[in-house]
Design a protein around this ligand. Structure first.
Ligand SMILES: [Fe+2]
Length: 449
């Protein structure tokens, strides 16, 4: 076993050794790396404290014996972490205190990754980062680095995907079919290998605040980029690629939006009719919400589909799913209860009701998943402008039901849907049908699948 450095109360007794070796050549890479969550390669390596020094040295020694094989690194890192898990050996309070009070620390990057990222060990070949997550939900993504991550505090929903039938439209945009191949709950103490490139496409939804992960990772694996983000179900885009003209056009549209310019929709429509697929899609992404408010969305989307034909087949579903996920992400900012956040994570990431039930049963085994969901729903219903709301589902205004009667009707409609079944739907009253439509058209949609 490795030493229990923090719990041993020897924070100030460790030699915080500094070793200098030849600096890595980082020219041209630094700004790129800081954007994608890598930090710049510093001169030599600097050690943070006894625990991470020992972990880093163990990984370094074993990897050197493997001639720094990239294929060997993820499993090697996972084994080293699991032999002495940070979740069992590092006191996070003490770690925070030490980081705040001790000046001898490894090189800290300017990376915007994590909330925040602390570098705990740094070497030319790899480094160890500690990532705090406050509202963190990641996009579905792949990596240009490899290694392993460990849940040091909190828990997360982890989903893995394949991008089937994929083809490149440009070097920065691919189309295909994103299929979830596995989804699991990662509790504190779990360690998961990360492989660079298209073989490892995944997403994380952190359930607790803060969640803390430790990542042992390479700086950058050449030839494994771009580090695509995946927009389910059909598009992958390179988030780093910067088209200056497109960026400025979006900013200019932002100006027109702010001043409520009467020609906004026409200008966007003309752009979509003339631009190539990649830039047209970017414009749709940017302007979708505004165009929907203006009632012009369908016409602009139709213009895009007409121009690009078969290539645009998956675009409407991708944009609709993007809005749904964005809506759940926003809700997560003001919903702090761990049970409610777990519910949101499932709604965002699990497409089928039976799988949602299975996750809930695993985490809350003492009552039925239906009762658990109904309990959350009762807690989450709140008054809106025109009636009660459940997350982004509003009680239908046209039903003309007084607010005091809406609560029971919402819960009853949800219970009916959860208990299913289609046999019941034929017998729904007008009120029940209206509420059913409101709920199934909201972020609660997976519960109706
Ligand atoms: Fe990742």
């Amino acid at each position: 076993m490795r030493s229990v450095c923090y719990k041993a109360g020897k924070l100030n007794t460790f030699p915080c050794s500094v070793f200098f070796s030849r600096p890595a050549n980082t020219s041209g890479l630094s700004s790129f790396l800081s954007l994608v969550g890598h930090h710049r390669v510093s001169e030599g390596y600097v050690l943070m404290n006894s625990y991470f020094e020992k972990l880093g040295r163990t990984v370094l020694e074993r990897w050197q014996q493997e001639n720094f094989s990239l294929e060997a690194f993820p499993e090697l890192a996972r084994i080293a972490i699991d032999e002495s898990p940070p979740s069992e050996n590092v006191d996070i309070e003490e770690m925070i205190h030490e980081f705040l009070s001790e000046d001898d620390q490894p090189f800290q990057s300017q990376s915007g990754f994590g909330q925040p990222e602390l570098v705990a060990f740094n070497h030319q070949r790899f480094y160890i980062q500690i990532l705090f997550w406050l509202e963190g939900t990641t996009d579905i993504h792949q990596h240009e680095f490899s290694g392993a991550f460990h849940v040091m505090q909190g828990s997360s929903i982890h989903a893995e995907f394949d991008f089937e039938g994929a083809r490149s439209v440009t070097p920065h945009l691919r189309i295909g079919d994103l299929r979830m191949k596995q989804i699991e709950l990662l509790e504190t103490g779990r360690t998961v290998p990360i492989t660079s490139g298209r073989e490892c496409i995944h997403s994380l939804f952190h359930l607790d605040t803060p969640s803390v992960t430790v990542v042992v990772r390479t700086h950058h694996d050449p030839g494994t980029g771009p580090q695509y983000n995946y927009l389910p179900p059909h598009i992958a885009i390179d988030p780093i690629y910067a088209d200056g003209l497109t960026m400025r056009r979006k900013q200019l549209l932002g100006v027109l939006e702010t001043i409520d310019h009467p020609e906004y929709a026409r200008f966007v429509g003309e752009m979509v009719e003339s631009l190539d697929f990649e830039r047209g899609f970017n414009m749709l992404l940017h302007a979708m919400e505004r165009l929907q408010v203006l009632g012009e969305w369908e016409a602009v989307l139709a213009a895009f589909q007409k121009k690009h034909g078969e290539l645009a087949k998956g675009v409407p579903d991708t944009l609709a799913e993007g809005l749904r996920r964005e809506s759940i992400s926003r809700m997560r900012y003001h919903i702090g209860d761990p049970g409610h956040r777990f519910f949101l994570a499932l709604l965002m990431n699990v497409p089928a009701r039976k799988d949602i039930f299975a996750f809930i049963k695993e985490r809350f085994p003492d009552q039925s998943p239906i009762e658990t969901i109904l309990g959350w729903a009762e807690e989450l219903i709140e008054p809106g402008d025109f009636g009660l709301t459940l997350l982004d589902a509003a009680f239908p205004e046209n039903l003309d039901v007084p607010m005091e009667a809406q609560f029971d009707l919402l819960i009853d409609a949800l219970r009916l849907a959860l208990e299913d079944d289609s046999s019941n739907s034929k017998d729904l009253t007008r009120e029940q049908s209206g509420i059913h439509a409101a709920l199934s058209g909201s972020c609660l949609r997976p519960l109706f699948s």
